[in-house]
Design a binder for this molecule. Structure first.
Ligand SMILES: [Cu+2]
Length: 92
């Protein structure tokens, strides 16, 4: 009984820390006018170390970036988008 409780506490702690380490940053990227633009922005963001998932919402110009941890700064994401030739800012 005691063992089971300990194991379940450990499982909760582990899943919580895994959750806490991943963060989503939403960027507003301007002038993504076609799927080729989307791909350029996505590829640039995926090259940033710590970026796991990039999801583009073409209708709203929003880009959701899931990173492995808080050490990935929004500045580095914005710089990557800039490097691909687009203007990005943090979405409000
Ligand atoms: Cu384009």
């Amino acid at each position: 009984m005691k063992k089971l409780t300990l194991a379940s506490i450990l499982a909760v702690v582990l899943s919580f820390s895994a959750f806490a380490e991943s963060a989503v940053t939403v960027l507003q990227v301007k002038k993504m006018t076609c799927s080729s633009c989307n791909k350029k922005v996505k590829d640039a963001l995926l090259k940033v170390p710590g970026v796991n998932v990039v999801e583009i919402k073409p209708k709203s110009d929003r880009v959701e970036v899931t990173t492995a941890g808080a050490q990935v700064t929004s500045e580095s994401l914005i710089a990557a988008v800039k490097g691909a030739g687009f203007v990005a800012s943090l979405a409000k």
